[in-house]
Structure formats: C-alpha cells, structure tokens
Write a protein that binds this ligand. Structure first.
Ligand code: NI
Length: 174
C-alpha cells in the first residue's frame, strides 16, 4: 500500500465523470488499498478514486469512530437505486476542499448496489452518516462537489479562497 496525492479544487479532473469498471483484479485491489491508506492518513471517512486522479467508479469509506477498530467499505461501480423522501443535514467537508465545511441536506436513507473488494455483487440500505457519505462520494464519481449545493455567493467565496490557498502553497514550493 502506498499513499497517493489528493487532488484539490480547483482542478478540472474533479468535474469529470468517472468510468465504470469491467473487472475486479489485483491491480484494482492495489488501487483500492492505496485509496484506503490515503483516506486514513488524510484523515477522512470517504474517498473517491477521482480524488487521487483516477477516473474510475471506486469509493472507499470507513465511518467507524474508534481508530483501532477499522471497518473499511469498498464500493466498485456503486449505484444509488432509491433515496428516501425524508432528509437529514450534516456538516460536510471534503478532502478536495481542504478547510471548508457546510451544512448539506440530503435524503436520509438510500439503497445502493455495488461490487465489493472480491468482485461480489452486493446491495445495502444505508442511513445516517453512511447514507450521506455514500451520496457525497457517488457525487464525486459524477463530477459533483458539495459546494454545488450552496448558493452561488457561498460557492464562489470558497472557490476564491481555495485558489488563493493554492497560490500560497506554490509560493512556498518555489
Ligand atoms: Ni469529498
């Protein structure tokens, strides 16, 4: 396993649609392992492949609270089949939008199907934090970021700060 660099906004790759995978093999599992290590060390609770620059429909999630009890979830080609009418609000952050958080309202429950780490077809019903997390990550696979749900004013403000932040980082490197 090795850690990969996380792509941050503004980067055009984050706006691209990720591709469906045809097969689950060791190469793919290596990528999933790298994604998990990258997510844990960030730290974060969810990461989509596009966030490490790979446009494939892959997600890793671990919402377990205790650090020594890891419970990773690997989602290959995840599809949200249905969403509940009732909603919940969480303050969301994103590893591709470092330092920014906003309350986002999403369907409280969702039903998803996906392929697991070993290539088996699975279906789960998610609620609470897991539901929000899955929806946030599936958005990434479609080029959507949580700031897209905010008003134009708020979104532009965050984008402006991120651009400024990137320029400052570049100054230090150069
Ligand atoms: Ni994110």
């Amino acid at each position: 396993m090795s850690k990969r660099e996380i792509v941050t906004e503004p980067d055009p790759i984050l706006r691209k649609k990720s591709e469906t995978l045809e097969k689950v093999d060791d190469e793919l599992r290596n990528l999933l392992d790298d994604m998990l290590e990258t997510m844990y060390s960030a730290p974060g609770i969810g990461l989509a492949a596009v966030q490490v620059g790979v446009l494939k429909r892959l997600i890793v999630i671990d919402i377990s609270k205790e650090k020594d009890k890891k419970n990773p979830l690997f989602l290959i080609n995840p599809e949200i089949i249905s969403k509940s009418k009732n909603t919940s609000i969480y303050e969301e952050g994103c590893l591709s939008l470092p330092g920014h958080y906003a309350e986002i309202e999403r369907p409280a429950e969702c039903y998803i199907k996906y392929i697991d780490y070993y290539g088996n077809k699975k279906e789960i019903k998610a609620n609470g934090l897991l539901s929000t997390c899955i929806q946030h990550e599936v958005d990434h696979l479609n080029g959507i970021l949580f700031i897209d749900y905010l008003s134009k004013l708020k979104k532009d403000m965050i984008l402006k700060k991120l651009v400024k932040h990137k320029k400052e980082i570049n100054k230090i490197i150069l």
